[in-house]
Every structure is written in structure tokens, then in C-alpha cells.
Design a protein around this ligand. Structure first.
Ligand code: SF4
Ligand code: SF4
Length: 103
């Protein structure tokens, strides 16, 4: 569960849904069916699952994927349709953090 708050030192803290290795495992387990993106209310341009998965994990983040990451509002609508029980929502949170880190 995503949580944001203040630590005892007054610094803002963020807890991610899943760790990096867990997200990597989910990306490997993804069968590329696209059901998560079909359910997403925030996707406004075509992105292929293979590109999204690759850029979620490592390497450069392309402009369309960066735009999608910024548009994702963590609504969770992408989770229930996944036929193999993965969390695109958690993958997107990971991608958002990566985007912030890479500028
Ligand atoms: S959590 Fe993000 S990617 Fe998933 S459906 Fe909502 S806006 Fe789309
Ligand atoms: S619905 Fe699940 S298996 Fe299908 S592309 Fe999305 S994350 Fe991958």
C-alpha cells in the first residue's frame, strides 16, 4: 500500500507498494495481454506493453512513457483485469519514482 507522511525527523517519507525485485518479477511474469492498459482511464496515446515494461525496469524513459507515468493517478483500475494477478499500479509507481530519479 502506498503511504506518504512525515518521519519523526519531519522529512516526507514514501512507502512503495512493492520492492524493486518484486516489480522486476512481475514484469517478467507479464504475458503482455494489454488488459491493464485497456482499463486505464489515464492513457491518452498508444503505448505498447513491451516498451512500457522495458522502460519501467531500466534504461532511458521515452517521452510517451514519461507522459503516461505522470498521468497515472494510482486509481488501481488496471489491477483487477490482469489475468495473472499482477499489479500494473505498483509497476507504475516504480516507474514514477524512476522518472523522478532520472529527471
Ligand atoms: S493506476 Fe495508473 S495505470 Fe493503473 S489504471 Fe489507474 S491511472 Fe491507469
Ligand atoms: S494485464 Fe497483467 S499480464 Fe496483461 S499486460 Fe497488464 S500486467 Fe501484463
Amino acid at each position: 500500500m502506498f503511504r506518504a507522511g512525515l518521519s519523526k525527523h519531519g522529512k516526507k517519507t514514501v512507502t512503495l507498494h512493492k520492492t524493486g525485485p518484486q516489480v522486476a518479477q512481475e514484469l517478467v511474469a507479464c504475458i503482455g495481454c494489454n488488459e491493464c492498459l485497456l482499463a486505464c482511464p489515464a492513457l491518452d496515446e498508444a503505448i505498447t506493453i513491451d516498451v512500457l515494461n522495458r522502460e519501467t525496469l531500466s534504461g532511458p524513459i521515452s517521452t510517451p512513457v514519461a507522459h503516461f507515468a505522470r498521468s497515472c493517478f494510482q486509481c488501481g483500475a488496471c489491477v483487477a483485469p490482469c489475468p495473472v494477478g499482477l499489479s500494473r499500479e505498483a509497476m507504475m509507481m516504480w516507474l514514477k519514482v524512476r522518472l523522478l530519479r532520472t529527471g
